[in-house]
Design a protein around this ligand. Sequence first.
Ligand SMILES: [Zn+2]
Ligand SMILES: [Zn+2]
Length: 225
Amino acid sequence: MIPALLDLVFPPACAACGAGLAASAGEPWCPDCGGAVDPPDPCCARCGLPGPEGPCQACLADPPALDGLRAAAAFGGPLADAVHAFKYRDRPALARPLGRWLAARVAPPPGALLVAVPLARGRRVARGYDQAALLAGWVGRATGLPVLRGALRRVRETPPQVGRSRAERAANVAGAFAAGAGVRGREIALVDDVVTTGATAEACARALKAAGAARVTLLALGRAG
Ligand SMILES: [Zn+2]
Ligand SMILES: [Zn+2]
């Protein structure tokens, strides 16, 4: 749908608290909520481990497949409310303001192909939409970068990552993804809603690199932990 029509169907409202927004509002939030969205804490720019922004010891010792991780904000407060509504309260229209906000806050690498982190099949069926794919679509509209659909797929279903340790998360998603030939030689910007340990992104990056991708950077709305 064209944006003006979307505004008629879904009058702009704060993605976190639901307060009405001016039709021209460029942000997903009302001023109060926007002021309470915190930047991400310092973390390794490669794997997202909390700490200094330079490569962490683990990345220096054993470089991951992921080349970079960029989150727009710390996951909490109004961003957590908005993502919760987006994922669990049947609000797929939030993809538009959140995707545009993500594109404005964390610029994808120039020339990148956008690839959404694939949702588990059961969660997609339950929700009726795939939030990472919707976000990637709006990041693409905002930046003019192409979205490569179906480039990455799950080859094994995995239980949710919630409540698992860092090592358990990595083991849970290892080898769960496969990528197609369309990524060969390309710069890839992976898109997801929230990144926690980066284990899912790393498993995706491994699959993309195995299919010949040149570089893989994750873009996420929020970084948790
Ligand atoms: Zn608000
Ligand atoms: Zn690191």
